[in-house]
Design a protein. Structure first.
Length: 453
């Protein structure tokens, strides 16, 4: 089989399986190549072949890159049409990097059929849409989507742009790279070789009379400052930021040197997101939640996947996004001026109408879209995740008519000492009722009280 036919078959097979990436990895200097695909967020092996250098060269030719340039990372794009039509047009982003044994290449599959999807199609619940949609209709302000790489942030922003794409609205974007080609929207791609950086293009866009601006990613303080200023001067600005949770966007902006005034005045809300594996509709079944998890979901039903031929015995087929919604309430704006620790901001946000990713996940687990274990796996470690209760003993029921046990008195709070805290110089400094040892050299040590050794 020729290399050209082999590469086309890999791409078509990955496309049919709903893969997001294809990895081509050299194994050794014998020109062996391992091919893996990422499906539902997990890497799965396809096969190991010879002629690895020819495969990488073929990918470079398809992307219009220099085949002889092997010592530096390269990026390119490929327009691919699956034989038989498949599920629609497919854009491929190629990234190569030198490594031991040759070059590694990764293809990112961008399905253009997802273009034009609404927020409802992307998995936003009605409760979250009712809160988020008014922000997308606002005349000015900054909307941020945060999450790890490949969590669907750009797809969500394009769903917002699709809903705003009308004749009377001037929409312009600056991206690196431009992932979707949309008619009616002016799109500009960043090019560092030509000096077209995010700040430079963004300043130029502000002179083009835009109503809505999409900034592909806020990466540096200069881009953040221009985006905040644009959102305060009559523009609706949409952008992405790398953070694990919604409150992390505030910490990132503060860390970039943005003033509390600009953050509080410009930012309207933050959406955090990441993908969970979707339950296979062919083999999912309703199950009773374990006792350790029952208190987390209340009376909601739960589902699990048994595994079938349709999902390759995994119980999952596809992915479903989990979202977190954090509005910039008045209380949160005041907190930005004062307490800027993540825990303090998270506590204020939780009291100010925030929908956590765990809450959104529990709702989707109850609807049979994913499992509660998958939700806990994705939200573990976040400040919005529930605390583990598996180590706690179950509370016994109180007999009827029994008087409740009085609560144990709380110890008195220690008196805070102002000024510098003296450093202990001996054991007597930390034992109650013992006078501190004299510090004058040669002075006699006072007798210790009985019982103090």
């Amino acid at each position: 089989m020729s290399v050209e036919l082999m590469v086309n078959q890999w791409i078509e097979a990955a496309h049919e399986r709903g893969a997001s990436d294809i990895h081509f990895e050299p194994l050794d200097k014998d020109d062996r190549l391992r091919v893996r695909v990422r499906v539902d967020g997990e890497l799965r092996g396809i096969e190991t072949v010879n002629d690895g250098r020819k495969v990488i060269a073929r990918l470079k030719v398809m992307a219009g890159l220099d085949v002889n340039e092997r010592g530096v990372p390269l990026d390119g794009r490929i327009k691919f049409s699956p034989s038989g039509g498949g599920r629609g047009g497919l854009d491929l982003r190629l990234s190569t990097t030198p490594c031991m044994g040759g070059e590694k290449a990764v293809l990112r599959l961008i399905d253009s059929s997802r273009l034009g999807l609404s927020l409802e199609d992307l998995g936003y619940t009605k409760r979250m849409l009712d809160l988020y949609r008014p922000h997308t209709q606002a005349p000015y302000g900054l909307l941020l989507h945060v999450g790890p790489t490949g969590s669907g942030k750009t797809t969500s922003l394009y769903a917002v742009l699709t809903s705003l794409n009308r004749t009377e609205v001037n929409i312009q974007t600056v991206e690196d790279p431009v992932e979707y080609d949309v008619a009616g929207i002016t799109q500009t791609q960043v090019s560092h070789d030509l000096g077209l950086t995010f700040p430079k293009v963004l300043r130029a866009l502000l002179r083009q009379d835009p109503n809505v601006i999409l900034v592909g990613e806020i990466r540096d303080p200069e881009t953040a400052e221009i985006a905040l200023e644009a959102s305060m001067t009559g523009h609706l600005v949409l952008s992405t930021l790398h953070a694990n949770e919604a409150v992390g966007a505030l910490i990132r902006l503060i860390d970039m040197g943005m003033t509390p005034y600009s953050i509080a005045y410009a930012l309207r809300c933050v959406i955090a997101q990441r993908f969970a594996r979707r339950l296979c509709e062919q083999c999912r079944k309703k199950v009773a939640p374990p006792e350790a998890l029952a208190r987390l979901v209340g009376n909601r039903p739960l589902y699990t996947g048994e595994g079938c031929k349709a999902c390759q015995r995994t119980g999952f087929a596809g992915r479903i996004p989990l979202y977190e919604y954090m509005p910039m309430s008045d209380a949160l704006k005041k907190s930005v001026y004062g307490e800027t620790t993540p825990d303090a901001l998270q506590a204020v946000a939780s009291r100010s109408g925030m929908i956590t990713m765990f809450e959104d996940g529990v709702e989707k687990a109850g609807a049979g879209l994913t499992t509660l274990e998958e939700v806990l796996r994705l939200t573990r470690g976040l400040r919005t995740s529930p605390r583990s209760t598996a180590h706690r003993r179950p509370t016994t029921a109180m007999p009827s008519g029994a008087a409740p046990r009085p609560a144990a008195p709380r110890p008195a709070a220690p008196v805070r000492q102002t000024g510098a805290m003296p450093r202990p110089t001996s054991q007597s400094d930390v034992v109650p009722g013992v006078r501190p040892a004299p510090t004058r050299p040669g002075a006699p040590r006072p007798p210790r009280p009985p019982g103090v050794r």
